[in-house]
Write a protein that binds this ligand. Structure first.
Ligand SMILES: Nc1ncnc2c1ncn2[C@@H]1O[C@H](COP(=O)(O)OP(=O)(O)OP(=O)(O)O)[C@@H](O)[C@H]1O
Ligand SMILES: [Mg+2]
Length: 440
């Protein structure tokens, strides 16, 4: 086992991590941190939940420590595809940065830009941004990337898949050419090659797992549900289980409809998708993070990078559009060595599609036929019959603690991040005005 001090990180960071209960480096950290610290360009591919954020973030902070930054001119830049992810990265790096005397801010869409302009008026060492908002701030003359020494792209392939590539390129073109660049994702393929060829210098690749980034603490099931009617009943029963559950849908409309159906039968669910207002998005994630809303229904906007403790089940209500989305959605459970289950609900006419998808994802899923409240369904998902007391729409809950049912049942869990009295993994703001959205 390698400690963070062995990897060359400064004592101040090591002690912040220790307070969070983090002492031994994960494999991708052990492999890539020394190279990143040495100033190399790094391509990092490690499974979901394997600790990539610290792998690019901590060396960046370490290398920037000890020198001043100017207002509006960060020396470190981190780009991420969604508001929620950008906010989460900033939050994870806050404490280690502060320990080195550095300031990290995030700038994302959906937040009043004046707020960011004010934040940039003081020296900023590291800027975490969604590409659109960074561009807006540059065109208003409030942000310059000319001093950027290190750039990290998190979920680089997703930014490419979402059509952000031109924007990302434009931003990278504004950073000094000889700067250090770090690209990380559980899946790195497709158009990312173009970024690598153009912007990385002799990069070292660290890939601690094959593309089919198997997380060995994750169990996969294909649940053959028969027809749509049966599937819809089964969704309600799975959602009524104990513990945190994320349900993925293909469309925003599907999310809204599903949340309504769940709340109608007394399941405290909230929805997250790109057309929701920022307040609703933040509330949905906060409620899910602190356990007061045990079910999150989301589009793929929540599939990448989002790190929430104790998610014990991921449900693909609609099968994902492609195999990478399967891996990222699934990766919201079984993070950092914890265990978790992933079930795909498969209607008869979806069997072929799902088989192909899972094969491409390299996932070995047990195939089980289930029916509403069948013993197999209960065994695999701990499904229960929903109790049936309708809940008001999200945001209209009774203020005093909300519905009493099944709220804070599962809050113990890993307890990482407990050192500072802060729950770990709480994305605070988020989102992004996206032109092209992965959900249809
Ligand atoms: N060395 C470590 N020991 C214990 N926990 C760790 C360690 N490194 C990171 N973690 C925790 O593991 C969790 C997952 O980390 P992180 O979000 O960086 O994963 P990731 O590899 O970026 O996953 P994804 O591909 O889903 O974005 C976080 O809660 C983080 O605090
Ligand atoms: Mg990540």
């Amino acid at each position: 086992m390698t400690s963070f001090a062995d990897l060359g990180l400064p004592r101040d960071i090591v002690s912040v991590l220790r307070k969070q209960g983090i002492t031994e480096a994960f494999p991708i950290q052990e492999a890539a941190i020394p190279d990143a610290l040495a100033g190399r360009d790094v391509l990092g591919r490690g499974p979901t939940g394997s600790g990539k954020t610290f792998t690019f973030g901590l060396p960046m902070l370490t290398r920037l420590a000890g020198a001043p930054s100017k207002p509006g001119r960060p020396r470190g830049l981190i780009l991420a595809p969604t508001r929620e992810l950008a906010a989460q990265i900033r939050e994870r790096l806050d404490e280690p940065a502060a320990a080195l005397g550095l300031r990290v801010i995030d700038v994302v869409g959906g937040v009043n830009i004046n707020h960011h302009i004010r934040a940039l008026a003081a020296p900023v060492d590291v800027l975490v941004a969604t590409p659109g908002r960074a561009e807006d701030l540059i065109s208003q003359g409030k942000l310059s990337l000319s001093d950027v020494e290190i750039t990290a792209l998190d979920e680089a392939d997703q930014m490419a898949d979402m059509g952000f590539l031109p924007q990302v390129r434009k931003l990278l073109d504004r950073t000094p050419e000889n700067g250090q660049r770090l690209l990380f994702s559980a899946t790195l393929d497709g158009d990312v090659e173009k970024l690598i060829a153009r912007y990385m210098h002799d990069p070292v690749t660290h890939s601690t797992a094959p593309v089919e980034a198997a997380v060995d603490t994750m169990e996969h099931y294909q649940l053959l549900v028969g027809n749509r009617d049966a599937r819809n009943k089964i969704v309600l029963q799975i959602a009524a289980r104990e513990g945190k559950t994320i349900m993925f849908m293909r469309t925003k409309h599907g999310v809204d409809r599903q949340v309504k159906k769940l709340r109608r039968v007394g399941v405290n669910a909230q929805g997250l998708h790109g057309d929701k207002g920022q307040g609703a998005r933040t509330r949905a994630l906060e409620g899910f993070t602190d356990g007061s809303t045990p079910v999150l229904v989301a589009t793929d906007i929540a599939a990448r990078g989002i790190d929430i403790d104790d998610v014990s089940l991921v449900v693909h209500v609609d099968p994902p559009a492609e195999h990478k989305a399967y891996l990222h959605r699934a990766g919201r459970t079984a993070r950092a060595g914890t265990s978790g289950r992933v079930v795909t609900l498969v209607m008869d006419e979806q069997r072929k599609e799902v088989d192909q998808l899972l094969r491409k994802a390299g996932v070995d899923a047990e195939v089980v036929r289930v029916a509403p409240m069948s013993p197999e369904l209960v065994r695999i998902t701990a499904a229960r019959q929903p109790e049936g007391t309708p809940l008001p729409p999200p945001g209209q809950q009774p203020a005093a603690g909300g519905p009493a049912k099944r709220t804070s049942a599962r809050r113990s869990g890993r307890n990482r991040g407990a050192g500072g009295g802060q729950a770990s993994g709480r994305p605070r703001r988020g989102g992004q005005q996206r032109k092209r959205k992965p959900e249809r």
